[in-house]
Design a protein around this ligand. Structure first.
Ligand SMILES: [Zn+2]
Length: 439
């Protein structure tokens, strides 16, 4: 991306500047949140009423009957349950595939018909949807043009736009062709704008350093890249993981076949995305190495909505049968002790919006057989550990002051997540009303 394009994008982002952004400066605000019930994401249970003292963007203390310091803002959420801000560990803020478009058509639309500025603005709107649904952090894994995810991350961090915390990868490291359909014409301008094609172990190390130099928070690696038949070599994967490790950056691997998953796990990745065809043997290896599974499966309701765009809608039973294979592998992984982190991988149009799609993905996990509590942990405690920040996905002293308030008890069923009453990120109200759950 040229400097000129960056400047144009920044100017446009500034034009939709929320006025609250400037309020961050000045003395550190102090807030006391009085929660009617608090979700302990590590223990996986509701612990009853708790007060949360927030100084600036961090939790200072959690206790019962905490006195409000002088000048503190008190937010009464005594009629609500409070959870850590939710985390979607696999999304694509900068990608939308419509109807039966191929990824090459999407790339052509993004690059030619709309361009980077339009694409970042669209991503900013999706980021806002995440916040409104209670998701205060997302991990963005590729298909984001030339580091537009990291540009959006900076825009959010600088207060230019409201959005979740973004952990971005920049372009995914992929074998020849990326994930675009095989084409006899040379489509390098489309491929290279979306992926970093790796051609040798040395090149793989260089690709990791490029991403780190641009500010990537995570490396996205494609051991295989369906619909392409190309694959990364074992030596390239080992080079990617060891170079990322030298720079303290985790690696997320897109892998669907059992062989690719095993190779990526042996290379030392942090998480396997999708893993549709994983065997029990490979799941045991993942469990022993503490590798997360990010099961990017939709709920039945989401899957049925996706089929609305198909020329011939399959019957509901066929959709359910298709989903069942994914549910089975999620529960096999869970039983074998593989940690599960929520990932929606939602890059299709979905009426209720992006964050709502992440919430609906949790419904899918419950349809598969996880308890509501386990599903909530995948979007809090487990996802926070995967992202490697012990202040994410938890509410305790020194954690980020990211929280979501809902009515009712979400460990008894996830329906309350459909309408969050208040969403706070870094100690600031980002959505909802402070008085929404006052007793
Ligand atoms: Zn994805």
């Amino acid at each position: 991306m040229s400097r000129l394009t960056f400047a144009a994008a920044a100017a446009l982002l500034a034009a939709c500047l929320p006025t609250a952004a400037a309020a961050q400066r000045g003395p550190q605000p102090v807030t006391v949140v009085r929660a009617g019930n608090l979700f302990d994401s590590e223990a996986g249970r509701m612990v009853g009423p708790r007060d949360i003292l927030i100084r600036g963007d961090r939790v200072a203390e959690i206790g019962q009957g905490l006195a409000a310091p002088e000048g503190a803002t008190v937010i009464d959420l005594s009629r609500c349950s409070v959870l850590p801000g939710l985390i979607d560990a696999h999304t694509h803020l900068l990608l939308e595939q419509r109807g039966r478009e191929g990824l090459s058509e999407v790339a052509a639309r993004d690059q030619a018909a709309q361009g980077d500025v339009y694409r970042v603005l669209t991503g900013a709107r999706r980021g806002r949807q995440y916040l409104e649904a209670g998701f205060t952090t997302v991990r963005d894994l590729g298909n984001s043009g030339g580091y537009l995810d990291l540009m959006l991350e900076r825009g959010v961090n600088d207060g230019l736009v409201q959005g979740p915390r973004i952990y971005g990868s920049g372009p995914g490291l992929a074998p020849a062709g990326g994930q675009l359909e095989p084409m006899p014409a040379d489509p390098h301008h489309l491929v290279d704008a979306e992926y970093r094609i790796v051609s040798s172990p040395d090149d793989a190390r260089a690709a990791v350093r490029e991403a780190v130099a641009r500010g990537a928070d995570v490396i996205k690696m494609y051991p295989e890249a369906t619909p392409q038949r190309t694959r990364l070599s074992v030596a390239e994967m080992a080079a990617i993981v060891s170079e990322a490790r030298r720079h303290g950056v985790p690696v997320a691997a897109h892998a669907t076949s059992d062989e690719s998953i095993r190779e990526a796990v042996e290379a030392g990745v942090s998480s396997i995305e999708h893993a549709y065809e994983v065997s029990d043997e490979t799941l045991r290896l993942m469990a022993s190495k503490g590798v997360w599974l990010t099961p990017t499966d939709p709920s039945l309701e989401m899957a049925l909505e996706f089929t609305l765009a198909w020329p011939q809608r399959p019957p509901r039973e066929e959709v359910e049968r298709h989903l069942q294979a994914g549910r089975d592998r999620l529960m096999r992984a869970h039983r074998l002790g593989v940690p599960i982190a929520l990932g929606s991988d939602l890059y299709f149009p979905y009426g209720p919006g992006r964050g709502a799609g992440s919430r609906a993905t949790l419904d899918g996990y419950v349809e598969a057989g996880l308890t509501p509590t386990e599903a909530l942990q995948s979007a809090t405690w487990e996802a926070g550990r995967l992202l490697g920040d012990d202040g994410l996905g938890v509410l305790r002293a020194r954690a980020w002051a990211d929280l979501v308030a809902v009515e009712g008890d979400p460990t008894q069923g996830l329906a309350p997540l459909r309408s969050p009453r208040l969403v706070m990120k870094g100690g600031r109200i980002e959505a909802g009303e402070a008085s929404a759950c006052a007793g």
